[in-house]
Design a protein around this ligand. Structure first.
Ligand code: SAH
Length: 244
């Protein structure tokens, strides 16, 4: 990583009161692996160092705002793609037990290889769909935390994430700007699947000033057995929301 890249990482981390100095070598290695993996696998649209550091690393770390990931939590990253936010979180939070989930095998292969290269033994990537895991005894109501970045509309996310959480667990959804309509549909969907929206944290990324929103949902009661509905239905017929 160049000195400029490192400075950007430090600045972003500082805004989160996070000291990344002990982890800089791992972030540099992750940057290199992403760039070489990207050439082979076309994993991410972001190609420049500045974009990757800001929009993948710093952006992923903003899930720490609010302190919901400060503990030894079993945490699922729903739709992790090339490992975001899971891998940056794993680097700075070794006490988390992290399960990056994606339905696309080549992405999970990359996340598994990368986690191994970085020595992140607390990361156990999983290929699958959230709809399937949400109805399996092995995963349903087994997680303390779920995170998801840039995966779906809030009501879709609520239906996919809440079944995976134990009662009392917390879902941190990471999005760009959020409309009142999407938030309202998300609130209603959360109620339907056993939870409640407890925080809406709108902020901007450092340097770029891009708008971001963290939406925090708490699971309050067991999810009704009919949720999540079968594969594809949460996305194509979202609860309380017009499908796109
Ligand atoms: N979180 C990553 C990737 C976002 S793209 C990032 O921010 O960079 C959304 C990802 O979610 C895709 O890789 C897609 O395969 C995955 N995905 C979408 N719906 C899913 C589902 N129902 N179950 C599992 N993975 C899903």
């Amino acid at each position: 990583m160049t000195p400029e890249g490192l400075a950007l990482l430090r600045r972003g981390a500082e805004e989160l009161q996070l000291d990344v100095t002990p982890h800089e070598a791992q972030f540099a290695r992750l940057l290199a692996l992403l760039r070489s993996g990207n050439e082979r696998l076309n994993l991410t649209a972001l190609k420049t160092e500045e974009d990757i550091v800001l929009k993948h690393f710093v952006d992923s770390l903003t899930t720490l705002r609010g302190g919901h990931l400060d503990g030894a939590y079993r945490t699922l990253d729903l739709g992790t793609g090339a490992g975001f936010p899971a891998l940056p979180l794993a680097i700075v939070r070794p006490e988390l037990d992290l399960v990056p989930l994606d339905s696309i095998r080549k992405k999970i292969d990359f996340v598994r290889d990368t986690a191994a290269e970085l020595g992140l033994s607390h990361v156990t990537p999983q290929v699958g769909r959230a709809e399937t895991l949400g109805q399996s005894a092995e995963h349903r109501e087994q997680y303390d935390r779920v995170v998801a970045r840039a995966v779906a509309a809030l009501p879709v996310l609520a239906e996919l994430a809440l079944p995976l959480l134990r009662v009392g667990g917390v879902f941190v959804a990471q999005k760009g700007p959020l409309s009142d309509e999407e938030l309202e549909a998300g609130r209603r969907a959360a109620g339907e699947v056993g939870g409640r929206v407890t925080e809406v944290d709108a902020f901007t990324l450092p340097v770029s000033g891009d708008a971001r929103t963290l939406i925090v949902l708490e699971k309050q009661r067991p999810t009704p057995a009919r949720y999540p509905r079968r594969e594809g239905v949460p996305t194509h017929q979202p609860l309380f929301w017009k499908a796109k």
